[in-house]
Design a protein around this ligand. Structure first.
Ligand SMILES: [Zn+2]
Length: 302
């Protein structure tokens, strides 16, 4: 059975795993992303980490390497957009032909994509999504991550920056977004905003308890409403066969998931796409990033 190396690079940690085609993770490791940020060029440091992982775990026959980055990837699938939370003073990943250089230094075919494309790849592989299906996926974490699988392809747009729905503008929005714009929906619907709201208004309980202790607070209802809007907007555009919802905010123990899906339904036009709309939680689990990256590599690098 074929296997691949899957890598999931985040702002804080990166995970690397040897994954079989059937999804079994044969071995994996987690390291601080700082290891890619100092002491040499980011691509060379990553190549060193890959070689060390393969040697330490006796990885002999991986067919390819797949890597998910916390930034969009150019539409030709070779270059990463600058990663603001992975700065490297020598040379970062941004605007570098990561694929050609890693293929040269590892001798294996390489495929890269933004992290949410890899998470969605895991969902469509686990769910055996058909070639005619349309799946929109939303990950409410630090920001609002989004990917769309459209009948066999991950949509990227002309330059790679498509399907980034956290940055749609909202009417009357005044907050400044990390992207530099004002009024992006992410400023109202992300974990970052939830944490700032907690600090300002709800710090009498621990952040993970906010939805339990302050159930029914109007600020939290507004937050759920803000999460529903980008989902409903994209459902309106794509009329998908499946909507996947995930991310750290939704995984909070007392997150009012039913309230979110009701609000999404309320904002979607009847009878269609609302009546046929299928919303499910992300199911691919904690290894989704590395499994998705490995599956993506087997599908796109060979
Ligand atoms: Zn923005």
């Amino acid at each position: 059975m074929k296997s691949a190396i899957g890598i999931d690079i985040g702002g804080t940690n990166f995970r690397i795993g040897w994954v079989r085609e059937d999804g079994a993770v044969l071995c994996s490791d987690k390291k601080p992303s700082e290891a890619l940020c100092a002491g040499g060029k980011a691509v060379d440091l990553l190549a060193g980490e890959i070689r060390a992982f393969m040697e330490a775990n006796g990885v002999g026959d991986a067919a390819a390497i797949g890597i998910g980055f916390p930034a969009p990837v150019s539409s030709d699938g070779k270059t990463v957009f600058p990663c603001p939370n992975l700065k490297n003073p020598v040379e970062g990943f941004g605007n570098v032909d990561v694929v050609s250089r890693l293929m040269e230094s590892t001798g294996l075919p390489v495929a890269i994509a933004k992290d949410t494309d890899m998470l969605l790849q895991a969902e469509i592989t686990v769910r055996k999504t058909g070639p005619q299906d349309i799946v929109t996926a939303f990950y409410f974490g630090t920001g609002v991550g989004n990917s769309v699988y459209y009948r066999g392809n991950m949509l990227r747009g002309a330059h790679g920056s498509g399907c980034d729905i956290g940055h749609i503008p909202v009417l009357g929005g005044t907050r400044t977004c990390g992207c530099g714009k004002k009024g992006c929906i992410e400023c109202y619907a992300s974990g970052t905003y939830l944490a700032s709201l907690w600090k300002k208004k709800f710090a009498d309980c621990a952040l993970p308890d906010i939805f339990r202790v302050h159930e029914g607070a109007p600020e939290l209802a507004d937050f759920i409403e803000a999460c529903a809007i980008p989902v409903a907007a994209e459902v309106t555009i794509f009329d998908p066969t499946l909507v996947v919802l995930g991310g750290g905010v939704l995984e909070m123990e007392h997150f009012p998931y039913a309230e979110l899906t009701e609000k999404i339904y309320g904002h979607v036009k009847k009878p269609y796409p609302a009546e046929a709309m299928k919303i499910e939680r992300a199911m691919a689990g904690k290894d989704a990033g590395i499994r998705g990256a490995a599956w993506y590599a087997l599908a796109h690098a060979l």
